[in-house]
Design a protein around this ligand. Sequence first.
Ligand SMILES: [Fe+2]
Ligand SMILES: [Fe+2]
Length: 331
Amino acid sequence: MQHHTILSSQILIVGSDADVKTVEDLFVSQAEWRCVRADSAGQAMWRLRQETGIDVVIIAPGLRVEAFVDLTRDIKFGRSAGMTPVVFVLEPSLAHRRSDVYEAGADDCIQLPAPREEILLRVLNAIRIKQATDSLENATAVITSLAHAIEGRDAYTCGHVERVATYSLEIAKRVGVPEKDLGTIRIGGLVHDIGKVVVPDQILNKAGRLTDQEMDVIKRHPIVGHEILMPLRTMQDVLPIVRWHHEKPNGRGYPDGLSGDDLPLLPRIVAVADCFDAISTQRAYRPAMPLPECQALMGRLADSEDLAPELVNALMEIIDQDAHRLVEVGA
Ligand SMILES: [Fe+2]
Ligand SMILES: [Fe+2]
């Protein structure tokens, strides 16, 4: 069948020989699907750690449901929980365990007896979702490595984006940013300067004062970054951070001159992290500032609302408690 041949996939089938027979027969005959077997829950976990390319786990436990519901939970919520889909095959007499199976995180639960074609299609759907999530993850990985590569052009900002991501995340946690936004803030920290890709090396690494014209080129990077990432669906939440990380609560920032409530929390956080890293590390045009001076300057920037005062406070508290873990303090 045409729609069964669009994917080349690796399937882990879990259960005793007798129990997996129905399912296994369906897949071993398809050349493009490579089947791996595991008899027990322990063996299945071992397999998942060994083989990296497994696209779906099919669990056919027969009547021994208990251990395999636990296995499902381990795969979906355990420490190394990945995005691997789990399709559970349930014996006719165990229909009442369906909700347990879903509660354990299974992506699908096929109640036997079920038509061959339906089992195939439901497994295929699970694989398709997995491959779609994989490609979204890949897109994010490409963008973040691009961000690191761009940073590498600037001789003085080594590690800048990683540190901005770390400080931003710590500030966000401290001021109670919801869990669901923490991933956004980390990625935002990593890619905030991605628009610098259009700034020529001689401007990026210039030791002397920048001319007004050169400054204008640099000041375009938030808009360029926004344009680069705009077409990517996975980057939508990050866009405000990229575009507005040089905005100031007092309205004197760029590129849009936002102020007050118009300037969202996440870009405000990254602005504080960005500024602190800029002054606490060496640049082409000046040495790193010692920590006490950094703290004093950050205080002044909070007073003038160039940075959000409550977020500067949060970062200063974090630095006070944890300076040695977070900052390589300037001389
Ligand atoms: Fe920037
Ligand atoms: Fe930056």
